[in-house]
Design a protein around this ligand. Structure first.
Ligand code: HEM
Length: 476
């Protein structure tokens, strides 16, 4: 029995009736046993877009399991927000526990809610103003070093940039070069490994000595060593830095009075590094790529930045006036939303739009597919920042745009990363024009997040208008 809405006088009324659940259409696989695992691995982005055509809820086989895919924005919203307490995050996040164990990204229930209350203030919109200067300094350091005519691999430079900013802002420390190099080398390997494990049709595949698994096993202790070293160093001079790591080390449980152990602190630090570095790096790379490929949009950003900043470094108060730049970031996150697929696990049987999701089922949803659905976004493959002009944005259905997810498990770093990407574009646009070096479209490499493949862009230094050389502007 399920509740349905029936027409009633002027509106509708919700009644309980013995109406059978709808049966989701199933995408058949030609490969028995492993189901669609091979197809997903070969073309994950094609897969999530194809299965969208099978209805609001569709199924496919993943090894012996039936996986459910929720495609309709209202139903995704129901799962993430209205019925959030009926879901845990699912296999994908259980597998991520090997790396982030019981941090914010992976934990559940009361523990998660408590940790979220503790961590959220550090990345709340009200704190971002104070971080903008740090972001600007890091970006200036990067872009002032680029020479006219140089070819820069955006996909390579943005990750160290984003990692440096997260470390500096949240842990008020610059990673020493050795630690930074370790994290830069190991984190992509770990995320690639997790991406494969999330959709492996059988768990034993995680333990086979494949090159990806072996690389994962080698990278994990190296990554852990860096994070634990950072925690130990912070404990030594506790209270010296007013930052998130210090708050974590000083926090005590209201009921038990117990402080967090190094292991718990490690889990939270790792969650923030995983969630906050590659994601924002990908967003910055894709934004640079899109601007290089759309010279008129790039010129519009430059004109806006010249007009608002008059050659000085970007400040938080300027961001509200950098409206076009803001729309570029928004549109970038629509086209490349950094998660091609996320998961949930219902704790009880859940009715979703008349479909029954059984308790414990593997439930997937794709923000990437949602953002490229022609029923939600006209001409969805087209980069069009002005679709976010207020009059046009009004016509976009609610819940169709979810780059940061939603509800109690939505991203806590949304304002942080949006600001970082805007500061990146504004600072870059002041100094340089980016030019593609090839007509080939950039490849999307899907690990856990759709990462840019190689994005080489030629840098042309701008001569007009002159960039201020006041001490405030020169940060290197
Ligand atoms: C462009 C950049 C980013 C994007 C697109 C992004 C996207 C997301 C999405 C979609 C989720 C929800 C996952 C789910 O519902 O299963 C999420 C969660 C999360 N994000 Fe972000 N994120 C970004 C940057 C950041 C940054 C900079 C931080 C931290 C400084 C961060 C911290 C987190 C954390 C801790 C969670 C887990 C929240 C929880 O479960 O309570 N993210 N992110």
């Amino acid at each position: 029995m399920r509740r349905i809405h029936v027409p009633w006088q002027d509106g509708e009324k919700s009644v309980s009736m013995a109406v059978p659940h709808r049966v989701p259409k199933s995408m058949r696989s030609r490969v028995p046993l492993v189901g669609s695992a091979v197809r997903i691995r070969r073309d994950p982005l094609g897969f999530v877009q194809q299965i969208r055509r099978y209805g609001d809820v569709a199924t496919f086989k993943l090894g012996p399991r039936t996986a459910y895919v929720v495609n309709h924005p209202d139903l995704i919203r129901q799962m993430l927000v209205t019925d959030a307490e009926k879901f845990h995050k699912g296999v994908m996040f259980q597998k991520a526990q090997v790396l982030a164990r019981n941090g914010l990204f992976t934990s559940e229930g009361d523990f998660h809610a408590r940790q979220r209350r503790l961590i959220q203030p550090a990345v709340h919109a009200s704190e971002i103003a104070g971080y903008t200067r740090t972001m600007g300094d890091h970006v200036q350091g990067l872009v002032t070093a680029w020479a006219d005519g140089e070819v820069v691999r955006m996909d390579e430079v943005t990750f160290p940039l984003a990692l440096g900013i997260v470390a500096r802002v949240l842990f008020s420390t610059d990673l020493d070069p050795e630690a930074a190099a370790e994290v830069q080398e190991t984190l992509p390997v770990l995320l690639r490994g997790l991406g494969q494990r999330a959709l492996a049709p059988f768990d034993f595949l995680d333990r086979l000595p494949t090159p990806t698994n072996r690389a994962f096993e080698r990278a994990l202790p190296r990554f852990r060593a860096v994070v634990y070293r950072m925690i130990r160093q912070h404990r030594l001079d506790l209270g010296q830095h007013p930052d998130l790591l210090t708050s974590l080390l000083q926090a005590v449980d209201a009921d038990t009075g117990a402080a967090m152990t190094d292991d718990q602190v490690y889990d939270e630090v790792t969650s923030m590094i995983i969630a906050g570095s590659e994601t924002t790096a990908a967003a910055m790379s894709w934004a640079a790529y899109l601007l290089a490929a759309h010279p008129a949009a790039q010129r519009a950003v430059q004109d806006e930045v010249d007009d608002v900043l008059q050659g000085r470094p970007v400040r938080y108060e300027d961001l509200g006036r950098l409206q076009y730049t803001h729309r570029v970031v928004k549109e970038t996150l629509r086209l490349y939303p950094t998660t091609w697929m996320l998961m949930r696990r219902p704790l009880v049987d859940v009715d979703l739009g008349g479909y029954r999701l059984p308790a414990d089922a593997m439930v997937l949803f794709s923000i990437f597919a949602l953002h490229r659905d022609p029923a939600l976004f006209p001409d969805p493959e087209h980069f069009d920042p002005d679709r976010w002009l207020p009059a046009r944005a009004e016509t976009i259905p609610p819940h169709a745009y979810l780059p940061f997810g939603a509800g109690p498990r939505g991203c806590i770093g949304g304002p942080f990363s949006h600001t970082e990407a805007s500061v990146f574009l504004a600072t870059l646009a002041q100094r340089h024009t980016l030019v593609p070096v090839s007509d080939e479209p950039a490849r999307i490499v899907t690990t856990l997040i759709p990462m840019p493949g190689p994005i080489p862009l030629a840098v042309r230094s701008r001569t007009e208008p002159p960039v201020s050389t006041s001490p405030e502007a020169v940060t290197r």
